[in-house]
Write a protein that binds this ligand. Sequence first.
Ligand code: GLC
Length: 436
Amino acid sequence: MPTDPTAPTFDQFWADARQANWRDKSPAGQRRLDWWRDAKFGMFVHWDPSSVAGAEISWGKQFYDDTGEHYRDNPRPTPSLHGIEEHKMWLDWFKPAVPREVYDNLYRSFYPGMFDADKFVAEGKRAGMRYLVMVSKHHNGFCMWDTKFSDYNVMQTPFRRDILAEIARACAKAGLTFGIYYSQRDWHHPAYGPTRMAEYNAYMHAQIRELLEAHPNISLIFFDCEQYYPSEMWDGKELFRLIHSLRPDIIINDRCGVPADFWTPEQALGAYNLERDWESCMTFTSFWSWHGFQTPVISREQCLRNLLGCAGGGGNLLMNVGPLPTGQIDPREVDRLRYVGAWLDQHGETVYGTRAGPFPPCDYGVSTHRDRTIYVHVWQWPDGLLQLPPIPDRVRSARLFSGGDISFQQSSTGLELNISPGDRTAPITVLVLELA
Ligand code: GLC
């Protein structure tokens, strides 16, 4: 991303970070988001040695002596620095847990011999994704790059290659904007906990600096702790100051104790919202990391509808892949990605660079618009005419994106369109309305 000469000062950056709605932020703060608002579709990559065991990243590790209670005698993680205790719950989808002595040694057999960063990124590009956000360090503390601040990193695996750097470079080459996921939670670092947080924060800040200095194309940071962890816990203001000093035009998600640039509904489409930027992160399998081929993958059509649901709701879709321990993207996920990519090849102009509405998402589908052109994406048809709610502007013409005029009637109660079943295209029919 080119550095914006009108980028705000740190004080403005920090003031913006504490406002949730875009209209409360400075114009410069909003401009930083332009590329991301236009991009709509990104790839999330949850990958580390946990894939060797086909276990959920971080959460799949057994932290507790298995007394049947699962949360007895757990030495960590239990920081109660701000009255918050971590990891009280043990949800079914984390089970069966990988015994600690196995989990902690998975990195010793992490050798993704099929990994090729260019091919990997090319799948994202072919899917029509415009950016990629890669896990640099998940809650388990394992670092996917060559960090000088911890030995628990990818260079200690038999693979001995800086996977994050390879992906960062491949993104730059392929023209995809690059971002990192970084978990402040760290269940490996000895200082992470109630008493030595200052020491831990020094480590975390040093790693963020190291990553930003190594990769000038890091344009987005996805932190990951629930919003009720206050930013003071991470020395958030200093952290943001550091980030701003290195990358004033970066964008940051809402999981570092302040609303920052966008909020992050998880495994669900965000609600229609034109006030606040958002990005849904969703998985193919309901797991973040690879869980074997027995886990079902969502359908091609569902994946496409998720993307459109985001675009038509005012948000982005960050679609997660959980690569295999071989370094490949699960071929079932590749299949869905290529399907969406082929659809976007034809219909990209109805998604990229658009804004949501004016018709709120409904059972029929969603709408997007650019200037005076509205795109209506329909996947569920009513018995009779398609009825859309009233809008203040007069509709001058209506046609099918695939060609052919549509007869319609506009009145104070809304817009009625007559599309015969023969004109409907699977899986989605796109209508184009021009406003007078
Ligand atoms: C949650 C999970 C984490 C996952 C993240 C993705 O915070 O704890 O495992 O990486 O969501 O948004």
